[in-house]
Write a protein that binds this ligand. Structure first.
Ligand code: SF4
Length: 852
């Protein structure tokens, strides 16, 4: 049995310990004993990816809003943490209460993309939960899957007890309640699964049994429970019914999308024939501008983020964007909060929108023509022309954008050599547009290419995926014909695309492949540094499978592995779309055109929700500010600024000490915003709050004496009240002690005092080494920084070193702003002739400092 543990046993020894810390602002830490149902929500990738995922966070808030449910999070550990947990026989735990996953009743694991599948095995194994659902004991957690890949979860089906297809907001509560009652009534596992199967959208893999022909294709998928022959995706008919993300989680360490995300709409109606999301998130459901405004205002106020992202599969298609974006910019630009729209479709990114976006920061955007030629874009129903793309680029360069990202796919059905050459031609034309319309400075085109992977439930689900060799040939051609100057070319690894393709349309035979590759060391396959195809090839040989077999075209009458799982869209619609692809016929979208009869909507409960833009116009015509709010102006120019500076002393105690200097800095910026303390901002491309910090503290060092100096445009009326306001917003471990008016100067030379409690304690030899050190005038050590070895004499920097007790030392170190300093454990390790990692379990506290 693995034992529970304290974070001090692991955090000092791993990279980026902030990933495993928890303590995020707005996290729920409920009482374990007093809450009947314990759910763990797991994202099977690293923290920085998982914390950027909206879906998991929405479920986290919905579940925790229930008194009877506690939901905690867990992310896949990086390899170093996995090794550490294994070597010390420690279990994988949740972030909030640090509880082993095995203690939970229900474990929900997101299935966001295929290359994270081995991470699911890592997580189950570290939790001591048997990988296969059939091997789990009665009292073990129910393992539930959900997310984008759930519409073909067959490669991982054996590892799950249940899988939810489609929107989770309502279903998760029904599932939680069913598990709670099942546990309360001490029902056997199989009976709980029976109850879950009755919830619309819930798929129980063990209730279906596929059989295969000799050539590997599916002979039959037998429904073992005659009441449930097909499981149909759950659809939330109205997004606006739920407004759950008013208190978003605020990460303590850097994540990929470090911003407030507001989902403006779900579903996309454009009908690109390669796009799975365009099918499995139908129909389009827009939020009202009022609700978006409320979610944005409350979300920013309650988080302190400096970026708001308007999220949807195609934000430019949101019917009220033209009026909503200026209103949001009016609301936020003064606080230097930028608004970004990460998924903009060419043709919807107008000059007016770009003008709005650049009011604070020129947040980047990627244009995705997907295919180089007009012909191929007609095949995939992209519905954009070269003129659309060049006009958008012209506007962007004209408004000062310097970098344009273009995304293309290779290997699309019917692709020819001319289509590949057309990618280079289009990139060249975009570059020329940049040179002509861009202002001073160089424009850069980033061309990025990925191999097309046919996805289940799309019109191209029957098409072949090109081989690694073909991908490489096309990439080599592009490398040759794309000019080097002004165009930066990147491509997605064809080996990773191969594996994605295998799992994308794979069947249950792949469970053995997954487990074998995982046992051979396959980990974090989405990360190119870790990915190694040879492990997969070896595993495939052992399982008598051939990876490239899974890339083959499928017959239109063939039983596909997801035959028993319905997205709600009619298969005949997909077949017609496939046919139309070959005749290059256009299918218009159903947001602004007629219903295209995909079969999903019943127009009673399920129907598109589009807010008619015209409804907004009378209000605008009168020139009234939106939603009754006074119009705010952009930030004042420099010459209007006033400066009031305050010296703020704070402590960082406990586990929060495992955050790095830049992470603390970001936390303070957000605390200031949440506390409503407005700062002045730096000027330029990326305005940031004018706050200067004391010297960087080493990760793992606690401190009673940190400071920052904030530069404000208005004086603080009451310093004690401001201190209390800040403390209300601080994450656990950070406490403001004092605020005083300052001249803005920060100490350039100071002596800092530390108290160090050593693990292990000092030996007599250690004590002699300390005496010897104190007796010398010079103590030169070698230090490697960014690959360079340099010598530093740190004897003059050690002002005093004293042994207070057997295990406790007091140390004073001199630091100068202009000079390389020495860290307490670094100094001590050199003096004691040890490796620094031998001392990492020691407790180091900075107790004070004085200016010299
Ligand atoms: S049924 Fe019609 S309106 Fe509904 S998503 Fe399909 S095409 Fe759009």
């Amino acid at each position: 049995m693995k034992r529970n543990f304290e974070q001090r046993e692991t955090l000092p020894f791993v990279n980026k310990p902030g990933r495993y810390l928890g303590h995020e602002y707005n996290a729920f830490v409920k009482n374990w004993e007093q809450t009947p149902l314990h759910c763990a929500l797991v994202f099977p990738d690293l923290y920085e990816i998982g914390m950027s995922h909206q879906g998991l966070q929405i479920l986290y808030h919905i579940l925790n809003a229930q008194d009877s449910v506690l939901a905690e999070r867990c992310y896949c550990p990086d390899k170093d943490m996995e090794e550490l947990l294994r070597s010390r026989n420690l279990p994988l735990c949740s972030l909030e209460n640090n509880r082993p996953l095995l203690d939970f009743d229900l474990i929900g694991i997101t299935l966001p993309y295929e290359l994270c599948y081995t991470n699911i095995l890592t997580i189950l194994d570290l939790a001591s939960i048997p990988l296969r659902s059939t091997d789990r004991d009665e009292d073990m957690p129910i393992v539930l899957g959900g997310g984008s890949c759930s519409l073909n979860p067959e490669p991982v089906a054996d590892f799950f007890d249940a899988i939810l297809l489609g929107d989770g907001e309502e279903a998760i509560l029904e599932i939680a309640e069913s598990v709670r009652l099942g546990r309360k009534d001490q029902l056997p596992r199989a009976a709980i699964l029976e109850k879950l199967a009755a919830i619309p959208g819930v798929y129980i893999p063990s209730h279906f049994k596929p059989s295969y022909k000799d050539d590997g294709s599916i002979a039959e998928i037998k429904a073992l429970n005659p009441d449930f022959q097909v499981v149909t995706r759950r659809v939330l008919n109205d997004l606006s019914k739920l407004d759950h993300l008013l208190h978003p989680l605020v990460p303590n360490s850097k994540i990929v999308h470090d911003r407030l995300g507001v989902e403006v709409a779900r579903g996309c109606t454009r009908g690109c024939r390669f796009c799975q999301a365009g099918i499995i998130y139908r129909p389009v459901r827009e939020r009202s501008p009022e609700q978006i405004f409320e979610l944005a205002s409350q979300g920013i106020k309650n988080s302190g983020f400096d970026e708001l992202a308007l999220l949807s599969l195609s934000t430019g298609d949101y019917s009220c964007l033209g009026t909503t974006l200026p209103q949001l910019m009016d609301r936020f630009s003064r606080q230097a909060i930028s608004v970004s729209m990460p998924s903009m479709r060419v043709g919807t990114l107008t000059q007016e929108l770009m003008d709005q976006i650049k009011r604070v920061r020129k947040t980047g955007f990627t244009l995705a023509p997907e295919a180089g030629s007009e012909r191929l874009r007609r095949v995939i129903n992209k519905g954009i022309t070269e003129d659309d793309l060049l006009n958008t680029s012209r506007d962007a360069f004209g408004l000062g954008w310097k970098v344009m990202k273009l995304y293309f796919m290779i290997g699309l059905p019917t692709e020819t050599l001319e289509d590949i050459e057309a990618i280079a031609e289009l990139a060249n034309k975009t570059k020329e547009v940049g040179s002509r319309s861009g202002g001073r400075g160089r424009q850069q085109i980033n061309v990025s290419v990925g191999t097309f992977v046919p996805k289940p439930h799309t019109p191209f689900q029957w098409d072949a995926q090109i081989s690694i060799e073909e991908s490489r040939e096309k990439i080599s051609l592009l490398k040759k014909i794309l000019p080097r100057k002004g165009i930066n070319f990147k491509w997605h690894d064809p080996e990773q695309s191969l594996l994605e393709g295998v799992f994308s349309r794979g069947d249950r035979r792949l469970a053995d492949l997954l487990e074998t590759a995982w046992r051979k060391g396959a980990r974090l396959d989405g990360w190119s540094d870790y990915f190694d195809l040879s492990r997969w090839q070896e595993a495939a040989d052992e399982c008598s499978l051939c990876l490239s077999d899974f890339l083959r075209p499928r017959g239109l009458e063939e039983i596909l592995p997801w035959h028993h799982l319905s997205s709600g869209v009619d298969e005949n619609f997909l077949k017609e779309e496939l046919q139309k692809a070959h005749t290059e016929a256009y299918t218009p979208d159903c947001r602004y055109h007629d219903c295209q009869k995909c079969g999903l909507c019943d127009f009673k409960v399920i129907k598109p929700v589009v807010i008619d833009r015209k409804q907004r116009q009378p209000e605008e015509a009168e020139g009234k500010p939106p939603f009754g709010l006074p119009k705010q102006t952009d930030r004042p120019q420099q010459n209007e600024e006033l400066h009031f500076r305050y010296f703020v002393t704070y402590s960082r105690m406990g586990d929060i000490c495992y955050l790095g200097h830049l992470e603390i800095l970001q936390i303070v910026f957000r605390v200031l915003r949440r506390a409503g303390i407005e700062t002045n901002f730096s000027k330029g491309f990326n305005p940031s709050p004018k706050v200067s910090f004391g010297p960087a503290m080493p990760v793992g060092t606690q401190s009673l004496a940190e400071y920052f100096v904030m530069d404000l445009p208005m004086p603080l009326d009451n310093l004690e009240e401001a201190r209390e306001r800040l403390n209300k917003q601080m994450p656990p471990g950070l406490t403001v002690q004092k605020i005083v008016l300052s001249n803005g100067k920060v100490p350039q030379e100071m002596v800092s005092s530390y108290r160090i409690t050593l693990y292990p304690t000092l030996s007599s030899n250690d004590k002699q080494l300390i005496e010897k050190f104190l007796a010398t005038d010079s103590f030169t050590v070698k230090r490697v920084r960014k690959g360079k070895v340099m010598e530093i004499d740190f004897r003059p920097l050690v002002v005093s070193l004293e042994c207070i007790e057997e295990e406790t030392l007091s140390l004073e170190l001199l630091s100068k702003a202009s000079q390389a300093g020495v860290k307490p454990l670094e100094a001590l390790a050199s003096i004691l002739q040890k490796e620094q990692k031998e001392l990492l379990s020691s407790v180091v506290i900075k107790t004070g400092w004085k200016e010299v």
